[in-house]
Design a protein around this ligand. Structure first.
Ligand code: ATP
Length: 294
């Protein structure tokens, strides 16, 4: 059985009463956050609530105008920003993109691409990648130097729902393999990955924090996102309640076998109200095989 990551070590990042003041106003204030090795922390909050600004204080890109921001001196950080200023009209292969701004050996680059399941795309043009492929390349770029902290600003943008679940699975696996801490930013509330240890809900300040379910239940969260927001914070759980057999049929948790799986066939629980995935699709299995081979 796999051991749970040890998240009890000393903090690798600590923000204390941190705030950023720009253009005559406080973008965020009073941010207290500690990040420990191996833990997954998700920042959620409406557009403009200060998630990226907080992440930039964690990274040291923005200096706090009040309070303090500290990082362990030897901390290697991998960062996938929300936006990249790259001229995509120029030809650029994945391989070159991986090594564009950093000294990375070909072996390190190949290993990272393999880990995120996109080794086969090394020679492809970046501008031709699909949204999901691009995010995997970005992830590979961020983990290539084996970071102790991985900061992912909206890692599932441009990715469809199935791809989103696969990416969250992958991020969880990378955390397990590298035992790195992960800071995830999401303004999209409908899925928070199950592996998230803590959710921090921002609205210019820390509005509430805790386990995903405790945040979804909190009064502050409901006030911030309204009644509509509450059922949207669906914590993605991988129930593995059925298995896809080689002949394409499906064996359910109750032992029965059917030709297909269908949400309304009575074999699945519906505890989140919204569309939620409680099983693997063949595409995910392919991704896992690909990751496993590399
Ligand atoms: N350098 C800056 N100068 C002035 N205002 C800024 C600066 N950077 C960000 N802001 C403003 O600060 C607020 C918080 O921005 P931030 O990018 O941290 O929000 P966010 O929660 O990440 O938003 P989103 O979900 O839209 O990405 C926004 O209103 C933004 O316009």
């Amino acid at each position: 059985m796999k051991q749970a990551p040890d998240t009890t070590g000393p903090a690798i990042v600590s923000l204390r009463g941190a705030g950023v003041f720009r253009s005559g106003r406080w973008l965020v204030r009073g941010i207290d956050v500690e990040i420990r090795p191996g833990e997954i922390l998700t920042l959620i909050g409406p557009n403009g609530s200060g998630k990226s600004t907080t992440a930039k204080m964690v990274l040291g890109i923005e200096k706090p105008d009040e309070g303090s921001a500290w990082r362990a001196p030897d901390l290697v950080v991998g960062y996938v920003p929300q936006k990249l200023s790259v001229d995509w009209t120029l030809p650029l292969s994945v391989e070159r993109f991986m090594r564009l701004t950093r000294s990375l050996s070909k072996a390190e680059s190949d290993a990272a691409l393999a880990r995120t399941g996109v080794a086969h795309l090394a020679g492809s043009e970046v501008r031709n990648l699909s949204g999901g492929e691009f995010q995997r390349v970005m992830l590979a770029r961020a983990i290539a130097r084996k970071p102790g902290l991985l900061v992912l600003d909206e890692p599932v943008q441009g990715v469809d729902f199935a791809g989103e679940i696969a990416l969250y699975d992958l991020i969880g696996k990378i955390r397990d393999e590298l035992n790195c801490a992960v800071l995830l930013i999401s303004h999209d509330l409908h899925v928070v990955m199950a592996a998230t240890d803590r959710v921090l809900c921002l609205n210019g300040h820390i509005c509430c924090q805790g386990t995903p379910t405790s945040v979804a239940d909190s009064e502050e969260y409901r006030q911030l996102f309204g009644a509509r927001g509450a059922p949207q914070l669906a914590v993605y759980q991988h129930h593995h309640d059925h298995t896809h057999l080689e002949d394409g049929r499906v064996r359910h948790a109750d032992g029965s076998i059917t030709a297909h799986c269908h949400p309304d066939d009575g074999h699945h629980d519906h505890d989140h109200g919204s569309h939620h995935h409680d099983h693997h699709h063949p595409q995910h299995a392919q991704d896992e095989n690909r990751e496993g081979r590399n």
